[in-house]
Design a protein around this ligand. Structure first.
Ligand SMILES: [Zn+2]
Length: 114
């Protein structure tokens, strides 16, 4: 066997190991990309690595971890008052108190109070 043939054989062996690893990582990256739209990037990466295209479908069906900003349609945490993408105020985060009820009543503060 010539040196060239040996060299080519070694490249094939290397590709045999690196190829699947690369594809595996690629599956995870796609999963991360799909999951990050729903604030579930890490979970999407895991599903992509473990299940490949099936994991991609699962992460697309999974409910987002947050609420949708009414202005820019991106997913922000449930507790957010200001959207981190478009800086809009998200009023729905704070329940509006009715007029004439500025302060919580005793029973709201401590439901067990008599
Ligand atoms: Zn927004």
């Amino acid at each position: 066997m010539s040196d060239l043939n040996q060299w080519l054989q070694r490249q094939d062996d290397l590709a045999f190991v690196i190829g699947p690893l690369f594809v595996w990582f690629f599956m995870g990256i796609i999963g991360y990309g799909l999951g990050s739209y729903k604030r579930r990037g890490g979970f999407g990466f895991l599903l992509g690595v473990l299940l490949g295209p099936i994991g991609w479908l699962l992460i697309l069906l999974f409910p987002p971890d947050g609420k949708q900003c009414p202005f820019c349609r991106s997913i922000v945490p449930h507790e957010a008052i200001i959207c981190r993408h478009c800086r809009s105020e998200l009023h729905s985060a704070r329940p509006q108190r009715k007029r004439g009820q500025e302060f919580p009543t005793d029973s709201e503060i401590n439901p067990f109070a008599k």
